[in-house]
Design a protein around this ligand. Sequence first.
Ligand code: NAD
Length: 480
Amino acid sequence: MQTINNFINGTYVPPLGGQYLDNYAPATGALCGRIARSGAEDVERAVQAAVAAFPAWSAISLDQRHDILRAVADGIMQNLDRLAEAESADSGKTITTARTIDIPRAALNFKFFATALLHFASESHHRPDALSYTLRQPLGVVGCISPWNLPLYLFTWKIAPALAAGNCVVGKPSEITPLTAALLGEICNTAGLPPGVLNIVQGLGPEVGAAIVQHPKIKAISFTGSTRAGAEIARVAAPMFKKLSLELGGKNPNIIFADCDYEQMLETTVRSSFNNQGQICLCGSRIYVEKSLYEKFKKDFVERVRLLRVGDPASPESQLGAVVSKTHFEKVLSYIDLAQEEGGMVLCGGRALQFPGTQAGGWYIEPTVIEGLLTTCRSNQEEIFGPVATIQPFEDEADAMAQANDSPYGLNATIWTSHLQRAHRMAAALQCGIVWINTWMLRDLRTPFGGVKNSGMGREGGWEALRFFSETKNVTIGLG
Ligand code: NAD
């Protein structure tokens, strides 16, 4: 049984209230540890440490800041096995996913922003009578709040640019997956990050998360999570005029035309539907297929999905592991029931999976494909965030666009076609922040990342992130 404490001022400390939450292993359903159930007093302690560390950290040379953040990246890769095992055990994702995607990307986040800070520049505007230039200065203390689906990957995607821009951070990982964030503290100490620059407070969203959002000395909130929590954070933070970056839910369309590269599309669509048990905000959960291709796609897709091996996340043989929690397991199964009540037909999957032995209590769900649903029904409008994809035919480009855009969400869309003009035309008209054409989840960390509508506001990535974590000031000098 592991006890996970807070990381404040470079030291692991128990919560001041002395309370803990239970932590469960998704693969077995068993209690595996306890997590600090922190409160506003722990956030206060973290903010004080961050405020004290800020003058020195913001004044350190860019070279030194680069070297420390680069050392954090190296430290993450030196701990690859340990972090991957922890991430897999904590979240139910397969060890392969943790080892090849989550942890390397967490290291890359630090590496990328360590380098980016050396190249971050600002504008100057010249005219005969005046010279204006722009200062981009660190904000001070910022709050970073992240979800459970890509725990260390998304936590570091916020922390790395915040630190690179010269801020100190009070961070909160999800209470469902606290482990790798806790280990990050140790790695930061080894890398030479000064105490107080990064503080990690564990606990519940409405308690610790809310205290971070409400704290007057925390100048910006970078949040990734549900639309519901995002709306609550905006309600509290907006009247305090905090900078806000909200990366929220998605219900992404995957639009497949008959003229696509069929094999590449099929292989990618299996991944884009079921990677990480469908628990990636970028998964394409609504699949729209041109009518002439529909029956062939349906047969081939279902055949491939049936071959996916679901099992013990710790086994390298497993392609899908367990979903993250009992609550989430029940939610996903209830949506499969709802889809059938709404007239959907389950083509494969649809049930919980039972394994013998230690896995017997684990939260496993068969990868599920459903057809026959209207775009307007709840199962196609609400985020399920599990191993469930719906397929539906479309008549033509206009019909595909109308169905794809008929959603309260707007994170990303995928288009499969070899028709160049159509691809660009649709990319411009789709209501979302990210469009992939003939690929999926190909990430270039320099590109802007984020959504529209209920998928959030603001953009992460590249200069966008460094600008978010900076205050812009214009200075004008009169010349005559
Ligand atoms: P969640 O909103 O329940 O929790 C996310 C984080 O916010 C957790 O750390 C939680 O403790 C905290 N939190 C909850 N309520 C809070 C409050 N009132 N104030 C402050 N903090 C609060 O989301 P989740 O279930 O952990 O994650 C799944 C959701 O995240 C899905 O909707 C998914 O689409 C979304 N997501 C979005 C992206 C993206 O980039 N847009 C990426 C990954 C996940």
